[in-house]
Design a protein around this ligand. Structure first.
Ligand code: C2E
Ligand code: MG
Ligand code: MG
Ligand code: MG
Length: 286
């Protein structure tokens, strides 16, 4: 009967919800362990001057080393956000990035800026700004060497609060990038009030270059008007790069230059040979 079918569906739905909740609880518990057991690590992906090939900085991307496998942030950052564990994880990312900057300065007397991703909830948390300032001080990091990447959506949650936090970060000297630009629901009228330094064009608008270029063109134009640095994310081939070069996009990031690399690999390839800092566009040292 229809009633029986409905009740079966309900049972199925309930079972699915229960399974999902169980997966979430398990992940939550093991994320707590992961912090304690030091199971997180950062990979680094270069940001490259599209015109000259010069290394302009890098983005720190978290990975979770669990049972000998590397787990992608896409599968645990959402759970970390839902459960609040993102706060200590985010703090670890910032501290670890400061340690790396310090290490590069001490060992190589050279360090490009590191950009860290800040989750929505972490950005909303009152401890973010004091934490960053305190860590930069503790590790003696010039604030220009640390950049925060915040998604457009996080900024638009509470625009007034966002503006005041960004003001504090900017006046302290930290770089501020809007990540995944174009995928959220920015109020363009507010954009010019946000004290940001950089806009990252989301990969989905780079993927279809040069055939589909309307959005990328528009973002580049907007960035120029607002006097922002523009970074194109997810560059995978020569055609995309060529279009971005022709259209005066200053900085690029993507597999075409390099995958995100372990600290050791990134250091060997980009930091240690810093006296030969000019890179060819294929990412090889010239
Ligand atoms: P995102 O901040 O937009 O980072 C860019 C993502 O695109 C990275 O994925 C990177 O590996 C990938 N990518 C870079 N170049 C290319 C390319 O040419 N082609 C393709 N297909 N992909 C490319 P990843 O490392 O898996 O990170 C995914 C997302 O997870 C990040 O997106 C960011 O939102 C989040 N995430 C990563 N690390 C952290 C972190 O430490 N804290 C927080 N809150 N979120 C993080
Ligand atoms: Mg990012
Ligand atoms: Mg992005
Ligand atoms: Mg993204």
């Amino acid at each position: 009967s229809a009633k029986a079918a409905g009740s079966n569906q309900w049972a199925f739905f309930k079972q699915q919800m229960t399974e999902r909740a169980a997966v979430r609880l398990r992940t939550e518990a093991s994320l707590h362990d992961a912090i304690r057991n030091n199971e997180f690590l950062l990979h680094f992906q270069p940001k490259v001057n599209i015109e000259t090939g010069e290394l302009m900085g890098c983005e720190a991307l978290i990975r979770w080393q669990k049972d000998g496998r590397l787990i992608s942030p896409m599968s645990f950052i959402p759970v970390a956000e839902e459960t609040g564990i993102i706060i200590p994880i985010g703090r670890w990312v910032i501290e670890q990035s400061c340690r790396v900057l310090r290490r590069w300065q001490q060992r190589y007397n050279f360090s490009p800026p590191i950009a860290v991703n800040v989750a929505s909830q972490q950005f909303a948390d009152a401890s973010l700004v004091p934490d960053i300032k305190q860590m930069a001080l503790r590790y003696q990091i010039r604030p220009e060497l640390l950049e925060v990447e915040i998604t457009e959506t996080s900024l638009m949650n509470d625009i007034e609060l966002a503006i005041s936090k960004l003001e504090q970060l900017k006046s302290a000297g930290f770089g501020i990038a809007v990540d995944d630009f174009g995928t959220g629901y920015s109020s363009l009228s507010y954009l010019r009030h946000l004290p940001i330094t950089t806009m990252k064009i989301d990969r989905c608008f780079v993927t279809d270059l040069p055939q589909e270029s309307a959005i990328a063109s528009t973002i580049l134009m907007l960035g120029r008007q607002l006097d922002l640095k523009i970074v194109a994310e997810g560059i995978e081939n020569e055609q995309q790069l060529e279009w971005l070069k022709q259209n005066h996009c200053a900085i690029g990031q993507g597999f075409y230059f390099s995958q995100p690399l372990s600290l050791e690999e990134f250091e060997a390839k980009y930091i240690a040979p810093h006296n030969a800092r000019i890179l060819k566009l294929d990412g090889q040292l010239s």
